[in-house]
Design a protein around this ligand. Structure first.
Ligand code: HEC
Length: 108
């Protein structure tokens, strides 16, 4: 009797564990989505969703010739009318959003 009950509970726990494991999987996809989500929420206001809007004197990001490191620095420290983001975004988010910005330029 007791062993049957324990078996049932273990199977239930196993199913729960598997369910949550698949839910948090695909880290690469999540990072791609993170960059896009961060961009649309924080950057598209001035740069537009395609990076070209140039509102408030913002640069057309698809034309940028900056290196990844230079972009990370500008996003973290700000430049001109653009506010610094290092206290707003985590370094992981800054990394993801810069990756997203770099893809905007290469897409066209
Ligand atoms: C308040 C408007 C505003 C927002 C919001 C904003 N930017 Fe900017 N951004 C600017 C302006 C203005 C410049 C040009 C700064 C200068 O050169 O004086 C700029 C420049 C840049 C550059 C440098 C481009 C180059 O080639 O010189 C990058 C990269 C950039 N922004 C990325 C981002 C990212 C990523 C975000 C979101 C985390 C963001 N920006 C949010 C206004 C903004």
């Amino acid at each position: 009797m007791n062993t049957t009950r324990i078996t049932v509970i273990s199977i239930a726990l196993l199913v729960l564990a598997c369910g949550s494991a698949t839910g948090s999987g695909e880290p690469m996809e999540a990072d791609k989505d993170l960059g896009q989500a961060v961009f649309n929420m924080n950057c598209s206001l001035c740069h537009g969703r395609d990076g070209k809007a140039g509102i408030n004197g913002a640069k057309d990001l698809t034309m940028s010739t900056l290196s990844k490191e230079e972009m990370v620095a500008i996003v973290g420290n700000g430049k001109g009318a653009m506010a610094p983001y290092k206290n707003v975004l985590s370094s992981k988010e800054i990394d993801a959003v810069v990756e997203h910005v770099r893809k905007l330029g290469k897409a066209k």
